[in-house]
Write a protein that binds this ligand. Structure first.
Ligand code: 1PR
Length: 523
């Protein structure tokens, strides 16, 4: 029996699913007694150090946890479960950690995008059973803005390079903790979990240790999901956001099956967009929640879900906050949520008042689950102007001139699936989203969507240069060369595609085979 400490934030479902997939039963801690009697404890953490420690204190878990650690019974901490072991964190300077390891948690102070999101390697510094069977050059999934700094080097199990060499794993006796998420790191991560759970494993040194690890560019498979006219939830795909062909919603497959296929083919991340979420209420959309639950049972890479995340009042007059909607998505297996239309309205309000309210969906969800869990999805379309002074918006000079030979354009944000244009540009929306606590931008482009003509490189550069958070380039991929182009002509961290994968024109392995030796990717 494996005991799992869920303090109530983030996606523990995927850790439970991963452990169960290895044939173990999981008992979720519901009181101090469960901690005292635990024989093997897994502590996955997501979110904010301060709120985590507050909850652990409120539930009286701190003493029991310290006793557990001091007794040297097997422990695996993941992400914030690693941070918790330290004395303090810059994320919440006034809050004490468990102090099992002397040292602290610091924010990345580097010139690269923060959060550090994606697949990176580990330099294994000492033998550990959790890496049994590993070659040493595998990549694991990271998502964090803070990293641990132990006082004593002897506890360092692994380091990883991202602007600096930081400690990405510790081991002290039977206490192991990783910054990366084994449950989100595909088969290599499942192997780490198996090594921890399997009592027969002995410590073995790996044969291959890297000198410097590198973060991979990510290939993201996107599934636009909605009900068709018969009421079945299907993966669909539009051309410039029009998903109907001869009057019917295009049906490109079953969401759960397609997600599983893309995972097996090597997708680094899967994104579901509930594209009619703006008019439906996600908490009443049971089939969509089921898709997420079923997918997270056997897809062990990060899952993002978007569609309809906003405050909502139902027909009975009951009010729900965006945070409640997001919480339900996280409980069902999502690792990140993506906010579309609501982010536009929030940014407009922010421009009007110049004030952060703390109540917007971006702020609320970021505060509880961390910036890395909040993606803002932007649906812009080009508006040409003859010169920059013809608009108040942030313009770019474009090589692709407008119909009247215009040399400038701005990117107008839209809501409701591209149906309504707003008086806001994509660059401004990205900047405000970052300010309010978003951790990543999903940058679509209506002009390019479904055209197979390549990504809008000018748009991606304009947004990427305006923010410090990672950007997912989206819309327009038509061949493997387009992925190469977006990764070499822009600094985007990820490239998302939909149509070419669903129509089986290009597969994920073909994209990765083409990119290998040219661009850092996870093979
Ligand atoms: O506004 O919070 O409810 O979220 C709704 C979400 O649904 C938004 O993220 C929005 O982008 C998305 N959405 C709404 N309507 C559509 C539509 O297509 N009619 N899909 C839609 C957006 C764009 C990408 C697509 C890429 C790649 N689809 O997701 O997957 O453009 O396509 P390609 O590789 O085939 O070119 P809210």
């Amino acid at each position: 029996m494996i005991t799992l400490l869920d303090y109530g934030a983030g996606n523990v479902r995927s850790v439970i699913n991963a452990i169960e997939s290895l044939g173990h039963n999981v008992r979720v801690v519901s009181g101090v007694d469960d901690l005292l009697s635990a024989e093997k404890l897994v502590f996955p953490g997501v979110g904010n150090f301060g709120s985590m420690m507050r909850i652990l204190n409120d539930k009286n878990y701190v003493h029991a946890l310290k006793d557990y650690l001091l007794s040297d019974r097997p422990f695996l901490g993941i992400c914030l479960g690693l941070h918790a072991l330290f004395e303090k964190s810059e994320e919440a300077p006034d809050t004490k950690g468990l102090g099992f390891i002397s040292g602290q948690v610091k924010k990345f102070d580097i010139h690269l995008s923060v959060p550090h999101i994606g697949w990176n390697g580990v330099n294994i510094k000492k033998p550990s059973r959790i890496f049994n069977g590993s070659r040493g050059d595998e990549k694991f999934y990271f998502v964090h803005s803070y990293h641990v700094v132990p006082d004593d080097d002897s506890v360092v199990l692994t380091t990883t390079n991202y602007g600096v060499e930081f400690v990405s794993g510790i081991q002290k006796g039977n206490i192991t903790a990783t910054q990366f998420h084994p449950e989100k790191s595909g088969t290599v991560g499942i192997n780490v979990l198996k090594n921890f759970l399997d009592p027969g494993s002995e410590k073995k040194a790996t044969t291959h240790v890297l000198k410097e690890t590198r973060l991979s560019k990510r290939i993201v498979a996107c599934l636009d999901v909605r009900s068709n006219d018969h009421g079945d939830l299907v993966v669909t795909k539009g051309d410039q956001y029009d998903v109907r062909k001869n009057g019917d919603v295009r049906n490109l497959g079953n969401p759960v099956e397609l997600a599983r296929t893309y995972y097996e083919q090597g997708a680094d991340e899967i994104t579901f967009l509930n594209i009619t979420g703006f008019r439906d209420f996600p908490l009443e959309d049971i089939p969509m929640m089921d898709v997420l639950k079923q997918t997270s049972k056997n897809v062990f890479v990060p899952l993002t879900i978007g569609g309809g995340i906003r405050d909502y009042t139902d027909k009975q007059g009951r009010k729900y906050t965006a945070l409640e909607v997001a919480t339900e998505y996280f409980r069902s297996g999502a690792d990140k949520i993506s906010i579309g239309g609501d982010a536009v309205l929030i940014a407009e309000e922010y421009l009007r008042t110049g004030k952060k309210t703390g109540n917007s969906s971006i702020e609320q969800i970021s505060k509880v689950y961390g910036a890395q869990a909040v993606v803002v999805s932007i649906d812009p379309r080009r508006v040409y102007v003859s010169s920059p002074d013809k608009t108040n918006h942030q313009v770019i000079r474009t090589e692709k001139k407008g119909p009247l030979g215009e040399e400038y354009c701005w990117y107008q944000c839209t809501i409701k699936g591209g149906r309504e244009g707003r008086d806001l540009d994509a660059i401004t929306l990205s900047q405000i989203s970052e300010k309010l606590g978003a951790g990543e931008i999903l940058l679509n482009c209506i002009d390019k969507d479904g055209t197979d003509s390549g990504y809008d490189i000018e748009l991606i550069n304009a947004v990427k240069n305006a923010v410090t958070i990672p950007v997912i380039a989206s819309s327009g991929a038509g061949c493997v060369e387009h992925f190469y182009e977006v990764f070499t002509k822009t600094e985007a961290e990820s490239a998302l595609a939909a149509g070419i994968f669903h129509r089986k024109e290009v597969s994920i392995p073909e994209v990765k085979n083409y990119l290998k030796d040219k661009v850092e990717i996870r093979l």
